[in-house]
Design a protein around this ligand. Sequence first.
Ligand code: ADP
Ligand code: MG
Length: 565
Amino acid sequence: MPIKVLDPQVVSQIAAGEVVERPASVVKELVENSLDASSSQISIEVKGGGVSLLRVMDNGVGIPSGEVELAFSRYTTSKIGNLADLESITSLGFRGEALPSIVAVAQIDIVTCASGESVGTYLSLNDGVVISKRSQGRSRGTTITVRNLFRKVPARLKFLKSPATENSHIANVVGQYALAFPEVKFTLSIDGKVTLRTQGSGRLIDSVTGVYGLEIAHNMMEIGDGEWEGGAVLSPPKVTGMVGSPAISRSSRGYLSFFINRRWVSSRLLAWAVEEAYHGLLPLDKHPVAIINISLPPEQVDVNIHPAKAEVKFQNERHVFSAVQKAVRQALIESIPVPKIEAPAIAYGAPAEPRELWRASPESGDRFTSLPLAPTPEVSLPMLRVLGQLLSSYIVAEGPDGLYLIDQHAAHERVLFEKINEQRARQKIEVQGLLQPVTFEVNPQQNEVLKSHYGSLAEFGFSIEPFGDRTYLVRAVPALLYKKDWVEMVREVLDSLSGGDWSESIAISMACHSAVRAGQALTDDEMRELIRQLEQVALPHTCPHGRPTMIHLGSGQLIREFGRS
Ligand code: ADP
Ligand code: MG
């Protein structure tokens, strides 16, 4: 085919496709416009998965009647004026692409009334062409209704998922903006039912309650206001928000939200920074709940690198990474107390639920702190005196404030985990040669993983080499695992991994397989030694999988339980 100029309608549909991928993209653009218009209330109505109808109604500044048509032409915006403005964008929109893109793939009508105008304007467009315009009464603000999305773009329509899936994408978009703008009152109704509502109180915790519900809200901790390490305020970025206690971890990253200068973005870098901060506090396959607000001077971030503005680029990536990681870590360390035995039901029955540790304290309003029993966070371990062993699994010890029960396996795992990491960092893993090389076989899937990871296993003291089809020969193993079931350990690591952090998984698995088991009787000396070692580790309160290593029955609690007070 010869080169020719595309028909303008084709051009506009191609361009629209970049911005409007699915109904949720329309919602995102319209809500961003409402937010840019300084609205304090935004309602979103959805029918038929967003294909039949999407309506966004706000009480923002509105569009002056003389400019309404202009808003629907391409590259028209009230938000930036020149190239310099592009360097420091403070609004969510700036390209003037959203409304023309939507109008290229749907029917739209708008009713808007700008500040200072006594009557509003109604405009309706079909296929990008204005079909009617008149005055219409309306209080200040804008209502945009989008109907029959993609009806003229069957290729796009075909790729949409079920209405339920599209609805869930829409709910996610609205939820994210509700988290980013706690001062705005959001209402989302889907097929006539309100599915999300926030109060617009300005407090993040209220938005978390509206979006994620009470259980999560009760387990959130506030991130400091960018101050740490002796109160030194670091240069930007400033990191605020909330993070979830390890007790409410999730199996996907869907509860990790990032807002850069209040723009919702996705960022692998930032997700990684947060997960780094949870190191050792969460099981390997779990992800935290976190709402991270990063503010920095607009010129230090480029928001103009992605068609839907969903990704950004930082001038100083490492700086942002470490600011986020530090702020989250700080919030976590400050609020992770030794688990307490708080109620008889827990003291005498079920194992202590980590979740019990996080409660709202009435006097601190929306801040969630540990219970009054632990007014100052305990980070290091108190001196403990071993009293004996319980059920061949728990060490009973006395500390300065009452009784401690230590899970011997979890505690030993923590000790070994840190030891292994430390030895590896110094490349000083103790290795034990096998008297006779051992062969072992793996399944095809494990084989693929193993082929590319001898190196990591070697770093931990395994000497493994291929020995025919899916068979491997092992000549040496880490000394810690010498008499243990290391074959099982290697298989477990190969199975648990698909692209996760190798070194971390190997270290955890090694610690788990070499640690003393529950059910194993220990002598007093062994128990004392374990406690002594636990006192020296950096994170004594949880095992590497994130479970608690100990629970605490305080002397105050004993006094109360025995009715002595
Ligand atoms: P952009 O947001 O990039 O400026 P849009 O196509 O989304 O481009 O919107 C074009 C213009 O229409 C905006 O710059 C703004 O002036 C106006 N506008 C759109 N939606 C609203 C709204 N809800 N309230 C007030 N003005 C709006
Ligand atoms: Mg816009």
